[in-house]
Design a protein around this ligand. Structure first.
Ligand code: RIB
Ligand code: CA
Length: 433
């Protein structure tokens, strides 16, 4: 008994699903007990190979089960223009010859969920065909699930596949209709949530690749088809990470910044393509209804993604618990690049800034002591549960280990310099004029 949270991932493994799977497998506090594949971004036989490739790449022991090859009633309409013909960026990866486990996914899901009532959290990152098939086989099994997280739908229009609908719901609206008619034990992250909290410029997205790990490089390369498509269609180049954002909410619910509860019913009107996959939403204060996540801490999501892809946080890591989107642009980022002009001898510095009223965590991530010299402003540092007022000229020493909180209780930006080299000694500060 690992004592870890147990999650099952249902996926139409395209490029963003792949990153989400990597996050879950790399995150030490959860155990991925199974993966079920479904047609969606690409045909299911490719989805199976893609999911098996990612599990192989991570040298993980997670059983992968083949699910639905077709939506319940409709024809499959893949999204390979975004994910590539093979679903993983057409990078020439070795995506063939791997064998999934025996058995049909929805039957295995029913078996595993009912054998561990109240223990497993289901994370749906694709069309809901497998979950609907499980419900049709035995409606009561859905009650065995601890929670269902769905990347899909939206509250604020427009959608991505049509103005009225998001792809995962639109691809199999009949399956979605069965799911939402059966349960509201759902936390939903929508396309609108993704645009608000999980959408990055190329420059912002490149933050994850600062460490240059194999997984962060793969995450970058998987974006090639979508960047090519956006260029060809004169769209602004944005990396929309719907599935990784959803997984970040599963892994760290503290990242959620705004939610609401909604009664939801899916429009699966057979012949009206305009409203296909549209979800009627009615906000309420009934906590048993669908819990919709309007927004997520965008910087915190990027930090978690970086951590999962690099095995540790980026070299110099200051992040805030409440950063707005514009703060992430390089110009206003809390962390500017380490400034060579500040280099004195073999010591380099990074300048950081925290706006009033925001709390941040300081990490000595390189496993050695780090020193923060307060340049201007004043705030409160929480170190080992004791608080200390700091102001310009003060020095904070951050020891390796648990993050230490700093809150800017001042009325002006708290700016400080971090000495990035472990060799720096306190008595050298005199020459920091
Ligand atoms: O609309 C975004 C969703 O559709 C994501 O899950 C993406 O992978 C595609 O399946
Ligand atoms: Ca997906």
């Amino acid at each position: 008994m690992s004592g870890k949270r147990k999650i099952w991932i249902d996926t139409d493994t395209g490029t963003d699903d792949a990153i989400a799977i990597i996050m879950a497998v790399q995150f030490s506090d959860v155990e991925v007990v199974g993966i079920s594949t479904c047609c969606g971004n690409v045909p299911n036989e490719k989805v199976v190979q893609n999911a098996l490739f990612i599990i192989d790449l991570l040298k993980a022991h997670v059983p992968v089960f083949k699910g639905a090859d077709q939506p319940l009633k409709r024809d499959l309409v893949p999204a390979d223009f975004i994910h590539g013909t093979d679903g993983l960026g057409d990078l020439g990866l070795d995506l063939k010859g791997r064998i999934p486990e025996e058995g049909r996914a929805h039957e295995k899901m029913a078996e595993v969920f009912s054998a561990q009532p109240g223990e497993i959290e289901l994370v749906c990152l694709g069309p809901l065909t497998n979950l609907a098939l499980m419900i049709l086989s035995d409606p009561g099994i859905i009650d065995s699930l601890k929670r269902i997280y769905i990347m899909g739908g939206l509250v604020d229009l427009p959608g991505n596949i049509t103005p009225m609908a998001e792809f995962n719901i639109w691809a199999d609206p009949d399956a979605a209709g069965i799911v939402f008619d059966t349960t509201s034990n759902i936390t939903m992250i929508g396309w609108d949530t993704t645009l608000k909290s999980g959408s990055f410029t190329l420059k912002e997205f490149q933050i994850i690749d600062r460490s240059g790990s194999d997984l962060s490089k793969l995450a970058m390369r998987l974006q090639q088809p979508r960047i090519r498509w956006m260029r060809e269609n004169d769209e602004e180049i944005l990396i929309n990470l719907a599935d990784p954002l959803t997984m970040s909410v599963v892994l760290d619910p503290d990242l959620i910044t705004k939610t609401g509860y909604f009664e939801m019913s899916v429009n699966n009107n057979d012949d009206n393509e305009v409203t296909r996959g549209y979800i009627e939403v009615m906000e309420c204060d009934d906590l048993s209804q669908v819990h919709f996540v309007h927004s997520v801490n965008r910087n915190g999501f990027l930090q978690l993604l970086t951590q999962c892809l690099t095995g540790s946080k980026s070299e110099f890591n200051i992040y805030s618990t409440d950063v707005e989107k514009e703060f992430l642009t390089e110009e206003r980022c809390y962390i500017t690049e380490i400034m060579n002009t500040e280099t004195r001898g073999d010591i380099s510095f990074a300048r950081a800034r925290i706006v009033p009223g925001v709390e941040t965590a300081l990490h000595a991530l390189r496993g050695t002591h780090e020193f923060y010299y307060i340049l201007s402003g004043q705030g409160v540092v929480m170190i080992n549960s004791s608080t200390r007022q700091v102001r310009s000229g003060d020095l904070i020493e951050i020891v390796p280990g648990s993050p230490q909180k700093i809150k800017n209780t001042g009325t002006e930006d708290l700016c400080f310099l971090c000495i990035c080299r472990p060799r720096f000694r306190q008595d050298n500060y005199e020459d920091l004029d």
